[in-house]
Design a protein around this ligand. Structure first.
Ligand code: PRP
Ligand code: MN
Ligand code: MG
Length: 179
């Protein structure tokens, strides 16, 4: 599997260091707020697991599955809720945990949904940001890495549902896409 990777962009260690740093900032900022931490499935599941371990606060976790990419490398622009939250966001400080922001369509849709459900505040923690892909005006409050305009996989990020389990983030070899 690692044979399909052309180049490692962020090593396991670099990612872990960054996640720790983000968790410390969030711990400081959310003191006394009992945040509801929402993982945007599927891509964010690994980041979520690592990040919450670095947030030293009482918090609750919930999971929502949305998809805009399907099996393609390009966003369809249509966001679907595949699994909704179990816990009510009403009156809650919500921290949304996302692996990557590209067009921004997934998160702008999600924030809209959470605000209509009367969340008290919505804050975004995104490990990766690809500003060149942006189609809507949206930015993360906590950002790990700003990445180049390439399709990346690993650490939760997939291509056709594969490669999520790579412990690092990298770029696939071009021949992988032509299969
Ligand atoms: C990917 C990624 C983000 C979103 C970012 O999810 O995990 O959630 O796309 O793209 P955007 O800013 O252009 O909306 P995907 O739809 O591939 O679903 P997945 O998380 O299940 O892989
Ligand atoms: Mn996703
Ligand atoms: Mg995907």
């Amino acid at each position: 599997m690692q044979n399909d990777v052309l180049e490692v962009l962020y090593s396991e260690q670099q990612i872990q260091d960054k996640v720790k740093e983000m968790g410390e900032l969030i711990t400081r900022d959310f003191e006394g707020k009992n945040p509801l931490v929402i993982c945007v499935l599927k891509g964010a599941f690994i980041f979520m697991a690592d990040l919450v371990k670095r947030i030293d606060l009482p918090l609750e976790t919930d999971f929502m599955a949305v998809s805009s990419y399907g099996a393609s490398t390009k966003s369809s622009g249509v966001v679907k809720i595949i699994k909704d939250l179990d816990i009510s966001v009403e009156g809650r400080h919500v921290l949304i945990v996302e692996d990557i922001i590209d067009s921004g369509l997934t998160l702008s849709y999600l924030i809209d949904v959470l605000e209509r459900r009367n969340a008290l505040s919505t804050t975004i923690a995104a490990l990766f940001d690809k500003p060149t892909g942006r189609k809507v005006d949206l930015d993360a409050d906590y950002k790990g890495f700003v990445i180049p305009d390439a399709f990346v996989v690993g650490y939760g990020l997939d291509y056709g549902e594969k490669y999520r389990n790579l412990p690092f983030v990298g770029i696939l070899k071009p021949e992988v896409y032509s299969h």
